[in-house]
Design a protein around this ligand. Structure first.
Ligand code: ZN
Length: 75
């Protein structure tokens, strides 16, 4: 019985460690520097320009040139 509780404890603990940063990221934008490139969610700097068909900018965190899609997302 104790073994089962330990396993449950480990599983719950691990999911907590893995999901807490993701939830914080989604809710508050924390850890963006680490996650944004993995998930391809870049954030534009203040300066934007129109290249003829889409809005372009540079990523605030990694400096990559990014474009805005029709839904207003940057990638
Ligand atoms: Zn970026």
């Amino acid at each position: 019985m104790t073994d089962v509780l330990i396993v449950i404890g480990i599983v719950v603990g691990l999911s907590f460690i893995i999901f807490t940063p993701i939830i914080l990221y989604l809710k508050f934008g924390w850890f963006k520097v680490f996650y944004h490139d993995v998930l391809q969610w870049h954030e534009p700097i203040d300066k934007e320009w129109f290249n003829g068909c889409t809005f372009c900018s540079n990523c605030k965190y990694c400096g990559t040139e990014i474009m805005q899609d029709s839904q207003g997302n940057w990638f």
